[in-house]
Design a protein around this ligand. Structure first.
Ligand code: SF4
Length: 466
């Protein structure tokens, strides 16, 4: 069952490149993990050492299948620690719990530098990078760690999954992109850290259904910084919030459906770990329309849920989108939607007049409404939405708010434009920043400023830098 080897040397011509020792134990699946790690090491310019003594660090890929394999793996780790001292452990044994639920490897060998479970090439590479920095590559190093981004330097979108398990009748995304596939939590967190380190001050979490993150992998435990993290919305958001706090940055959540487990995220907002802002695409409020739409969480009592969220986190701002004039929508159902909008006090609401999408199941539903009715309902919806939004915005007047500066020509001497936690870029409002009263106050793009809100202008605020 086992095949322990010190892997052969990957030849390289760069003399100062660091060398890594590698011990590979376990079954063929573990062997392919070893191959992936060795390939990545080689691609990044590391050499592989023939002996413990010649290595800058040793990776032990372990097996935890039967007791004998556990013992063999623990012995190999002990030997590597004794001979070299710098050891990273990966593989099945790395995911095994010891007494009291702690990590078995760390309990037996507390001096190991990092421990990951199996299939964790990226986490292993992260651990290698933090203990033996990557050799310089003049070509690869031209690419920023965070990759090439099309957004301004100070905000970025972080995609956590692709596809969708729902089958909303007006939508064809699942047929285009397939079912939900969640990205490994370690990869997502690694990308987030690289973005923060690259100067991102606002991270916008996106997907088709952020609250479903991890459903496809049954909330599998991944690894991040040598620690287990579940592939689950709450755990991901908590870890992102922690990273953001370390970098003085914001995390904003988009496309969250009102499932009961979202309630657990609200306290993180109240604690300031993530922005108290939720983008919840409700699409409608009437239960019968939601059922015809086959919306996720359509059976939830959304109004009560929102009220409970607001009680737990009074600062919470909710953005949403709606569809007016869905097939079969009666005047009563539409009036119900308008009542919901007012009662739920949706801070930012957008509305589309229903329009059939080629290939969508809703096209077959009875009761299609004339274009004029759909348009008229959309206009009525927007009038109510704007009244709610403006009235909620006015409550900000007199408050001093943190603003992320998006534009500030001449260091803001003539003023600038920014956003508060209540405004996502591109879709919400902005804060028009007046020229600072004090000459010493400057505004810089991508930095936070404090502003006293003095007025509203439609969906926007006007603020005086302080
Ligand atoms: S609209 Fe419905 S089916 Fe389409 S992506 Fe969103 S949740 Fe999935």
């Amino acid at each position: 069952m086992t095949d322990d080897t010190l892997a052969p040397v990957a030849a390289t011509a760069t003399p100062p490149a660091p060398t890594i020792g590698f011990v590979s134990l376990g079954c063929p699946k573990a062997l392919t993990d070893s191959e992936l790690i060795l390939t990545q090491l080689s691609a990044e310019g590391y050499r592989t050492a023939k002996s413990y003594q010649g290595a800058d660090l040793v990776i032990v890929n372990t097996c935890g299948f039967i007791d004998d394999a556990v013992k063999e793996s623990l012995d190999a780790i002990g030997e590597a620690l004794a001979e070299n001292g710098k050891v990273i452990v990966t593989g099945c044994l790395g995911a095994k719990a010891g007494e009291g639920g702690g990590n078995l490897v760390q309990q037996v060998h507390p001096k190991v530098l990092a421990v990951t479970g199996p299939h964790a090439t990226q986490e292993v590479m992260d651990a290698v990078h933090s203990h033996v920095p990557k050799p310089h590559d003049p070509f690869v190093d031209l690419v920023p760690a965070a990759g090439i981004k099309l957004t301004p330097k100070h905000y970025a979108y972080l995609k956590i999954s692709e596809g969708c398990n729902h089958r909303c009748t007006f939508c064809i995304i699942p047929s285009l992109r397939g079912d939900l596939v969640s990205r490994p939590v370690g990869d997502v967190l690694k990308e987030a850290r690289a973005l923060f380190e690259g100067g991102v001050k606002e991270l916008l979490v996106v997907s088709q259904d952020t609250s479903a993150y991890g459903v496809d992998v049954k909330y599998r435990t991944g690894f991040w910084d040598g620690k287990p993290v579940k592939t689950r919305m709450l755990d991901l958001v908590a870890a992102l919030g922690e990273l953001a706090r370390q970098h003085g940055a914001w995390v904003r959540l988009h496309y969250v459906y009102p499932y009961p487990h979202v309630d657990e995220v609200i306290p993180l907002m109240a604690q300031g770990l993530v922005l108290p802002y939720l983008d919840v695409p409700f699409q409608h409020a009437h239960p019968d329309v939601l059922r015809r739409m086959k919306r996720p969480a359509s059976g939830e009592r959304n109004l009560e849920r929102i009220q409970a969220w607001r009680q737990a986190c009074p600062e919470l701002v909710i953005r949403s989108t709606f569809i007016a004039g869905f097939p079969g929508e009666t005047e009563e159902e539409f009036a119900y939607l308008l009542d919901f909008l007012q009662e739920a006090q949706i801070d930012r609401a957008g509305c589309f007049a229903y329009s059939p999408v080629n290939g969508a199941a809703a096209n077959e539903l009875p009761g299609a409404l004339p274009d004029a009715v759909r348009e008229e309902r959309r206009a009525r919806f927007m009038a109510v939405a704007e009244a709610v939004s403006v009235q909620r915005l006015r409550r900000r007047i007199g408050a001093t708010m943190q603003v992320l500066v998006d534009r500030a020509p001449a260091l803001g001497r003539k003023g600038g434009v920014g956003r508060t936690y209540a405004d996502a870029p591109e879709i919400d409002g902005t804060v028009r920043l007046l020229p600072p009263a004090k000459a010493s106050t400057v505004l810089r793009v991508g930095e936070f400023a404090k502003a006293r809100i003095v007025a509203t202008e439609g969906h926007d605020l006007v603020g005086e830098p302080v």
